[in-house]
Design a protein around this ligand. Structure first.
Ligand SMILES: Cc1cc2nc3c(=O)[nH]c(=O)nc-3n(C[C@H](O)[C@H](O)[C@H](O)COP(=O)(O)OP(=O)(O)OC[C@H]3O[C@@H](n4cnc5c(N)ncnc54)[C@H](O)[C@@H]3O)c2cc1C
Length: 478
């Protein structure tokens, strides 16, 4: 197990200094340490032996060598949003990439190069200055690192596919300390693995994305409806399923926000076009009579920031994922809502929890074969996510068990886990999975090849706290 001897961290800091590096090493009690172990979910705030903040590739190589020499477990922190604990540790060190924040855009080559610790806000803003965009997450303080390596869905997926479908290359430091480029023409097997299971294979210092011309003004925002309008929203989603042309997204779900804790239906819409086009497309929603209308025309770079407010740091949280198909019987969704609400309203301080049916058009995503990348969640279905938020540590186990059971039931009743849906993807987005899913649940038929590549690139399982163990029999999720 790892050493707790603080002297070795002072030595590492001295080594960085002697090499002229600006990398920092924080140990408990030092200014900045407590801040450095904060995560999106309080369940992931763990007291690491040290947090290391590299600035360069040699800093990362030095840290890996240090961890190897002292046999100290190591985890990597990108944006710090995973709720599985994958980017936190209480038994080792954190390699915190949040200083690797450079983004450069090449408007001629149509590429965006982003540092391993960038957030989507960094990327969206830099690209927008050139009238460009790539497929980023819908809450822009999430990390480019974790979101990309796990697949990546966003408002532009209907037009351009997953984030990994727009990934041209990565530069990464492997377990043996070498820094390599992985792309279709170089380490192609590693590049295959990186796109869906990248967290298991190394430290990505740089992502290169394809950029697409993006109009500045887009239409989007949140609508809130009384609980009894859920059926009407589901009817609209059924129409959306056939009626969208990939330029729209429709996320709908339910929550019971404080202070009143009354169940409401929330809908986030996006139309990659003018306000007139957007209002026309989503018109039936206004006929349902929203209580709150936060929709508007806005610059694209603002779009992925509009959901930030309800999704900030703090509180204990658990993300979970399943799948659903459309069209859906409204009664079925109402039943799922009733189960969700009974749990949320039956516990104290849980009203900020949310269940979201994510209408991200899948036609473009499904143009890439399921075995073309490690990502195995492509099919004719959508993701459904739970985001539970609570404050009492004693509820951790109960919330996770409830979330898993609810998503299983929803996916069996409303998704591709129903009998007779052979030939589809796994129906489990790895980035929404907690620790209690094994690798085959997330990678399906790709698991065997992934395990072989893990053996090739990380036989000692240095990047152990993620999704694959070194051997399939020892699978560790996330
Ligand atoms: C509020 C919220 C909104 C979300 N919205 C979306 C969405 O719109 N679309 C979507 O697809 N997903 C979404 N997600 C899920 C998101 O993809 C995952 O939570 C993802 O893990 C976040 O990445 P991170 O870098 O912020 O997290 P971290 O916890 O820092 O990292 C997650 C994993 O990736 C590894 N990692 C991170 N960076 C690197 C790197 N550079 N090199 C190697 N390994 C690295 C970490 O070690 C860890 O295993 C959302 C999550 C939240 C909490």
């Amino acid at each position: 197990m790892g050493s707790t001897n603080q002297d070795i961290y002072a030595e590492l800091a001295a080594e960085f200094k002697a090499a002229g590096s600006k990398a920092t090493v924080l140990t408990p009690g030092m200014p900045g340490y407590d801040e450095s172990i904060k995560r999106w979910s309080d369940t992931c705030e763990k007291r690491a032996h040290a947090t290391i903040h590299p600035r360069t590739t040699p800093d990362i190589q030095r840290t890996l060598a240090f961890a190897h020499t002292h046999t100290i477990p190591l985890v990597i922190r990108g944006g710090g949003h995973s709720t599985s604990g994958a980017s936190a540790t209480s038994t080792g060190i954190v390699l915190d990439l949040s200083s690797l924040r450079t983004v450069t855009v090449d408007p001629t080559a149509l590429t965006i190069t982003a540092g391993g610790g960038t957030t989507w806000a960094d990327v969206d803003a830099a690209a927008a200055r050139h009238g460009l965009a790539t497929v980023g997450g819908t809450v822009n303080h999430t990390g480019v690192g974790g979101l990309t390596l796990g697949g990546g869905y966003g408002h532009l997926s209907g037009a351009h596919g997953l984030t990994i479908d727009n990934l041209l290359a990565v530069r990464m430091v492997l377990a043996d300390g070498s820094s390599v480029r992985a792309a279709a023409d170089e380490h192609a097997d590693l590049f295959w693995a990186v796109r869906g299971a990248g967290q298991n294979f190394g430290v990505v210092t740089e992502f290169v994305f394809r950029a697409h011309p993006q109009r500045e003004a887009v239409f989007g925002g949140m609508l809130v409806f009384p609980g009894e309008k859920l059926g009407g929203v589901v009817e609209f989603a059924n129409w959306f399923h056939a009626g969208n042309d990939g330029r729209q997204t429709l996320l709908f779900g339910f929550t019971a926000p404080p202070p009143h804790g009354v169940a409401v239906v929330v809908v986030a819409v996006f139309y990659n076009g003018t306000e007139t086009e957007g209002r026309g497309f989503f018109a039936p929603l206004w006929e349902l009579g929203p209580l709150v209308d936060g929709t508007r025309s806005m610059p694209y770079e603002e779009l992925n920031g509009i959901l930030n407010e309800g999704q900030g740091f703090g509180g204990r949280k658990s993300f979970g994922g399943g799948n659903f198909t459309l069209p859906l019987e409204p009664k079925l969704v109402e039943g799922i809502r009733d189960d969700f609400m009974a749990f949320v309203q039956g516990h104290e301080d849980m009203g900020e929890s949310l269940m979201l049916f994510e209408g991200v058009p899948f036609k473009k995503i499904n143009e890439v074969a399921s075995d073309a990348t490690a990502f195995a969640n492509r099919g004719e279905y959508y993701n459904v996510a739970t985001m539970f938020k609570w404050y009492d540590e004693k509820l951790d186990g109960e919330v996770r068990a409830f979330s898993k059971a609810l998503l299983k039931k929803a996916s069996e009743d409303a998704g591709v886990w129903k009998k007779g849906k052979e030939g589809q993807g796994v129906g489990q987005y790895a980035n929404y999975a907690e620790l209690d899913h094994d690798a085959t649940e997330m990678f399906g038929k790709n698991t065997k090849r992934l395990a072989e590549l893990k053996e090739k690139y990380d036989p000692g399982n240095v990047f152990r706290s993620h999704r694959l163990g070194a051997k399939p029999a020892e699978v560790i999720v996330h």
